[in-house]
Unconditional design. Structure first.
Length: 348
């Protein structure tokens, strides 16, 4: 059927047992001997991939270095005298602001403004010394000027509101940044100082919201409830840390979760008790605004402790002792002041 197909097609040309491989010329040189199996295995052991165990992990060679285990972090010691001292400072700060708010009245805001200005100066001193911005003196002077301007705006404006304080804060921030740009030495680190300058300027302006709050109806009673709750929360939190700093939130921070929770709860309870005696409040409404301000204050105080631990872990030298430990309560009251204003405007 296929006459063109050769009868030898399909036969194995090496059927007689000749070795595989390309046909060479007759009488040519003999092929070179292959290397011994041991050498081939040795080369493959050097160049080939590592064998895997049944679990999927590569077999460790004897020359691999064994990684040392990480050393456990020693928790920072909680110093009880220090916690008691900070608790006393928080209590005195709260009492001073509450008593100053009682002196405020229609057309008679100057004594309260002077007390607030003194607290603002303490805030500037503590936070600039603790955070150490590049142009420390310039930031401190600018913040002091912003504090005075914010107090004047809170007292002298026709309508009590936060808009004048916002303009003062923005102007003070721009002034501080421009002052650092002018100096060649501080120009290199101006990016690092933006956050610090903004934080200090906003903090001093936040205290001025207490003066604005005293000018609206039920503002003085709201200041009393909120600042009492804040002072009690910060004091109880620090006293609890002196007795039982447990459970530790972080080994590097000498604070315990029990102090944060108990402080916020006791501050809320105190505000509810005050609400049952003050005109215009009920225990429920007073407990609500007291809870917000107390929780805000204790969390701000805790955040200051984390920030200080981060600076120490980064290798920065420790700052002035008294400034570091005044920073937490001052930051708590600074953050609680606008929270009190917001809660009073929204719920009262």
């Amino acid at each position: 059927m296929f006459p063109s197909t050769s009868p030898e097609t399909g036969r194995d040309p090496w059927a007689d047992g000749a070795p595989d491989g390309p046909a060479g010329p007759a009488g040519g040189p003999a092929p070179e001997p292959r290397p011994a199996p041991a050498d081939d295995a040795g080369n493959r052991r050097e160049r080939g991939p590592r064998r895997f165990r049944k679990g999927g992990q590569p077999r460790r060679s004897e020359d691999d270095d064994v990684e040392p285990d990480e050393e456990p972090i020693e928790p920072v010691e909680v110093r009880r005298p220090l916690s008691l001292t900070v608790a006393g400072f928080a209590a005195l700060l709260g009492v001073g602001l509450v008593l100053g708010a009682q002196t405020a009245g229609p057309g008679h805001r100057l004594p309260f403004a002077i007390i607030v200005f003194g607290v603002q100066l303490l805030f500037v001193l503590a936070w600039t010394m603790a955070m150490r911005p590049p142009a420390l003196l310039l930031v401190a002077l600018t913040s002091g000027v912003v504090a005075a301007a914010a107090d004047v705006a809170a007292v002298q404006t026709d309508v009590a509101g936060l808009a004048p304080l916002g303009f003062v804060a923005l102007g003070g921030f721009l002034l501080g940044v421009l002052g650092q740009l002018v100096r060649r030495v501080d120009r290199v680190r101006v990016t690092d100082s933006l956050g610090t300058t903004l934080l200090i300027v906003v903090g001093v302006v936040a205290f001025a919201t207490l003066i604005t709050l005293s000018r609206i109806p039920a503002g003085t009673q709201a200041i009393t409830v909120c600042l009492v709750a804040t002072g009690v929360a910060l004091t109880v939190a620090r006293l609890t840390d002196a007795v039982l700093a447990w459970p530790r939130l972080a080994p590097q921070v000498p604070r315990g979760a029990a102090g944060v929770v108990v402080g916020a709860m006791v501050g809320t309870l105190t505000s509810a008790l005050l609400g049952s005696y003050l005109v215009g409040f009920t225990p429920t409404s007073a407990a609500l605004i007291g809870l917000v301000t107390a929780a805000t204050a204790v969390l701000a105080d805790l955040a200051v402790g984390y920030a200080e631990a981060g600076r120490l872990m980064a290798g920065e030298p420790p700052t002035m002792w008294i400034a570091r430990h005044m920073q937490g309560p001052l930051g708590g009251f600074a953050l609680a002041a606008p929270a009190a204003y917001a809660m009073c405007v929204l719920f009262l």
